[in-house]
Design a protein around this ligand. Sequence first.
Ligand code: SAM
Length: 328
Amino acid sequence: MIDPFGRSITYLRISVTDRCDFRCVYCMAEDMSFLPKRDLLSLEELERLAVAFIRLGVRKLRLTGGEPLVRRGVMALVNRLGLQIGHGLDELTLTTNGSQLARYADELAAAGVRRLNVSIDTLDEAKFASITRWGRLPQVIEGVMAAKQAGLRIKINAVALKGVNEHEFDTMLAWCGEHGFDLCLIETMPLGEIEGDRMDQYLPLSVVRQRLAANWTLTPSTYATGGPARYFDIAETGTRLGLITPLTHNFCESCNRVRLTCTGTLYMCLGQDDAADLRGVMRASDNDQILEDAIRAAIARKPKGHDFVIDRTRSGPAVARHMSVTGG
Ligand code: SAM
């Protein structure tokens, strides 16, 4: 699938649920209302869609959410999708908050998952509880260690938040280095209404990088995962630092992905509203040709990029939906 700007679409992210057991302050409002169950695609429908995308050239699948591992029966889907690896699919992976990993790490590895992104914004227990509102750090660390034990490669994702975790990245880099994990820092993106002002949270990663360079030898790396992160090798640890900078450095020119929500809505860009309803198409007919045509028609409308801005005059959301709808 080639979009109107010549980009090859080989990566599908699937949000398998909008529900989450955490309420991260930059991601969700505390009193989120979630979708009624009847609106969700069944696990079988999610598989049918994923397989259609693989037939059309998708080589990498990421399950996300909400929290993917709180969807009931999700391991059945992971197992089914794992069977596609080597048959068009190169990689099946997940982004998770880690809360359920102690329970699922071995099963994920057995299903063919080789890498995981785990979101941890701080290693300070009290701060972790205040950022996630409902999360408990020891449970997450236990999960991460179970995943490491199961042989999964781990990247820790942290959203950089001004005045919250901005002075912890040295500690986090050292901890990641000790365990062989890469660390990826993310600028906060203006998605959905939240209680606070995004301007108060926004920390440009150009600032963080300069600060880290005082203590660590960071060399631009050739490593690329097909994602938006720019990587640096860290001489002291042998691990990597990734920076995802949707605000200070737009990465849309190399975008290779589209995002499917748990209701079967396909977003062609994280930061734009245009979308295609694949649930309606899929439920109207068992004919996969019609489904594939609808997917191709959506890719033909993929926009050039997002227009994220956070500054004194514009701190409101670029799009109304929260990150928990499309899953990052
Ligand atoms: N629950 C899973 C997790 O915690 O990783 C998957 C879904 S979560 C929405 C995916 C990622 O998006 C997390 O790393 C989270 O920190 C990040 N995220 C959520 N809202 C964001 C925002 N407004 N700007 C930047 N990153 C955000």
